[in-house]
Every structure is written in structure tokens, then in C-alpha cells.
Ligand binder design. Structure first.
Ligand code: XIL
Length: 395
């Protein structure tokens, strides 16, 4: 695919170079009146290479000769145009330290997930010693902002506190530990947290059950019991199995077998979370096939952890070009579009971005090289990806 953009780099009197992008409504053929610009450091890709400036230049942005258009007006936001909830995984500590983080969330999103604060090492760092400060801050923020809360995650092989990894006890003691954890956390937020990733990443890529501490101590059916314990603690909560299946067909088959087995046994499971940590080269066909198979279970489908790497090869010479931003925007558009077209309305739980601005992304911390995987820049300006996503949500 050849990719091109007619975006222009302007030199303003303040000396900043930046790139402007105007999105047109295909339906009403009215130029969007939102003025924005995204500064690009085209040479060094410094992580803080952007800024928001008023812009009055109208540009048409094209991908393979096609305009990036979106049926939005200047007041539109992700949540106002999306036909299903749009979420972000958040870090509650950033709510108080970065005002723009909070403002962007409140303006754009109507659902929040927890990036880390519900994980066991954070919420129960000591045996029986629960730490509620961050999770309370998250749910209070969601309440005051009229947002749905999705809890991630109750039982995971990672992010375990040391007291669990070194725990000595028989299977009854382990069962009690797991049950108490689930029921204490779910019970505290009963009626407040709408939905939970009850178990996260229980399978290996080859489709076998991961030899996690839970599997080792409690056997394969621990997963079913986690769902039962969560359901007992809040019978109205929606319960999800969450997994990283993209490009891993054996794992996907195993997840399908698991959820169908739970359903057959009458165990409360309501949805599947498809993480979707992908990159600009990920095939849409493969994503469509994956999502379609989950749809066939009849359960809710949540794209639960969406981010799209621009630098999948971890190049140390990475340059953030307009062409790359365009491909990135197109991938976001296609993900939104495929979700709308493949998942029936009644099964659309929503799409959750894995945090808000590029600087907040876990990939900045875990990847050896720079990347720009999210919808908002380091300073929370809307990126081309934002408009691509909007287009996929609307057109
Ligand atoms: C990641 C967080 O984003 C990081 O901040 C943390 O250091 C490690 O965990 N799949 C999941 C998430 O289900 O819980 C992971 O979150 C990303 C991969």
C-alpha cells in the first residue's frame, strides 16, 4: 500500500514547526471547525515532540488517495460519537498530578479500566492487608465523571505480592487465599465496579494452561471457581475472561474451549476481553477472524487493552514521519470499524485504550525504543490516530 499525506508543515512566528490536519465530515461535507496542530519532531522523535496551537490552515489528509474523513463537528469527542462505551486504562495517581490527564479522560471517555491498581501486588500487598487508596480514587473519579468502571484484574499469574509467591499451605489454604482475595475486592466495590477481568492470561501461546502458581496449587479448574467466587460476591457484576490472543491461534482455541465449557456448566461468565496490543503491521484479516470467533460464543466482546505500536521492530533509528502517523491512524480506524461490523450491538461491551497519552503508555517503559502507540500525544493533543479512530467509530 502506498501511503501519502498532504499534511503540511508550517513555520509559525514563534518558530515552532508543526503539522496540521483537518478532518471533513463526509456526511454533511462541512469542514471541521476544530483547530489543532501536532508538532512533529521529524528528525529525532523526541518523546515530547508535540504541542497544541490554534491553526487556521485547512489541510486534507489522505491515505492511498482517500481522505481521512470523520462525521464529527467541533464538539465531538470519542464518547459522543461512539455507539458503545470507550474506555481508557488509567493510573489514578496521574489524575491528581496531571490536570490534562484528568480533563482528557472526562472530555473523551465514558469508561475506565485500571491499568495496575487492582492487581494483587497493589491491592493486597500484605496478607490480609488491603490497600484501597488508589482503587477508591479510581472509582470516585469514575463516579464524579459519570463513567463505567471495569476492574482489571482479580487473578493473574503476574503482579503477585511476595507473600503469595512464598505462601506455604495445603490446597485448602490456597483455595481460601484465592477466594478471600476475590470476594474481598469484589465485595468492596459491589454495585460500583460494573465488570471484572476475573482471570487474566491463564494460557500459554501453545494453548496449554500456564503453570501459574494458581494452576500448580489448585489445578486446572481454578478458573471456574474464580468465576463462581466473583459471582457470589456481586451477582450483578459482568464477569470476563481476558487474554492476549492476537496472532496466537492455539491460545485462541483454548480460550474458546474454556468459555464454552464454563457456559455449558452454567458458571457465570459474561464476556471475553481481547487485549489487542498490536502494531501498524498487524493484519486486519487475522483480527477479524479472532473477533468473529469470540462473537460466536454469544458473550460480550471487549477490546480491553488497545494500543498500536508504530515501531514494531524496535528500531533505534526510529523517525516519526507523517506517513507513519497516517498508517497508525488507518489501523485505529480499521480496528474501530471491524469492531462495529463484526460484533453485534448486543455484544458490544466497548473498546478500551491502554492509557491516554503516549507518555503514559506502558510501552514507553517496557520497550527498548521509542514509540507513539496511543490516540493522544505526550501533552494530550489529538493525534492523527484519534481522527482515524473517530472515523472508524462513525463512518
Ligand atoms: C501492564 C501495565 O500496563 C504496566 O504498567 C505494568 O508494569 C505491567 O502490566 N496485559 C495485561 C496488562 O493484561 O495487565 C498489562 O499491563 C499489559 C499486558
Amino acid at each position: 500500500m502506498t501511503t501519502s499525506t498532504s499534511a503540511r508543515v508550517n513555520n509559525k512566528s514563534n518558530g515552532n514547526s508543526y503539522f496540521s490536519l483537518t478532518v471533513r465530515s463526509s456526511r454533511v461535507a462541512v469542514m471541521i471547525t476544530t483547530f489543532f496542530s501536532i508538532a512533529l519532531n521529524l528528525i529525532s522523535c523526541s518523546p515530547r515532540a508535540d504541542s497544541v496551537q490554534p491553526e487556521d490552515t485547512i489541510e486534507v489528509y489522505t491515505i492511498s488517495g482517500t481522505r481521512i474523513t470523520a462525521g464529527i463537528d467541533s464538539n465531538s469527542t470519542l464518547k459522543s460519537v461512539a455507539p458503545f462505551p470507550i474506555g481508557a486504562a488509567i493510573n489514578p495517581r496521574l489524575l491528581s498530578s496531571i490536570p490534562l490527564y484528568k480533563e482528557t479522560l472526562q472530555r473523551e471517555y465514558n469508561s475506565v479500566s485500571s491499568e495496575n491498581c487492582f492487581k494483587m501486588n497493589q491491592i493486597q500487598p500484605k496478607a490480609g492487608g488491603f490497600y484501597w487508596k488508589d482503587t477508591d480514587a479510581l472509582v470516585n473519579f469514575a463516579k464524579e465523571s459519570n463513567m463505567r468502571v471495569h476492574g482489571h484484574t482479580l487473578i493473574y499469574y503476574k503482579s503477585l505480592p511476595e507473600w503469595v509467591t512464598s505462601f506455604q499451605g495445603d490446597s485448602l489454604a490456597w483455595e481460601n487465599l484465592m477466594k478471600t482475595h476475590i470476594q474481598t475486592v469484589v465485595g468492596r466495590y459491589k454495585g460500583v465496579v460494573t465488570s471484572w477481568d476475573v482471570v487474566n492470561e491463564a494460557f500459554e501461546d501453545d494453548g496449554t494452561l500456564r503453570r501459574s502458581v494458581w494452576y500448580e496449587k489448585l489445578g486446572a479448574d481454578y478458573i471456574a471457581r474464580c468465576f463462581q467466587y466473583a459471582h457470589q460476591a456481586d451477582p450483578r457484576a459482568l464477569l470476563f475472561y481476558n487474554e492476549n490472543v492476537v496472532g496466537k491461534p492455539k491460545k485462541l482455541t483454548a480460550v474458546l474451549a474454556l468459555v464454552n465449557n464454563l457456559k455449558k456448566r452454567g458458571i457465570a461468565i459474561h464476556g471475553i476481553g481481547v487485549q489487542m496490543h498490536i502494531n501498524i503491521n498487524t493484519s486486519e484479516e487475522a483480527l477479524t477472524t479472532d473477533v468473529r470467533q469470540f462473537v460466536n460464543t454469544g458473550l460480550l466482546v471487549h477490546i480491553s487493552e488497545l494500543d498500536i505500536r508504530m515501531n514494531p521492530t524496535y528500531s533505534t533509528n526510529f523517525t516519526l514521519t507523517n506517513a507513519l502517523q497516517t498508517r497508525h491512524a488507518l489501523k485505529y480506524k480499521n480496528v474501530a470499524k471491524l469492531y462495529r461490523s463484526v460484533v453485534p450491538k448486543s455484544q458490544q461491551f466497548g473498546i478500551t485504550n491502554w492509557n491516554v497519552g503516549d507518555a503514559d503508555s506502558w510501552l514507553r517503559k517496557t520497550s527498548p525504543c521509542e514509540d507513539y502507540p496511543l490516540l493522544f500525544s505526550d501533552n494530550y493533543s489529538r493525534k492523527p490516530a484519534y481522527y482515524g479512530f473517530i472515523q472508524g467509530l462513525t463512518n
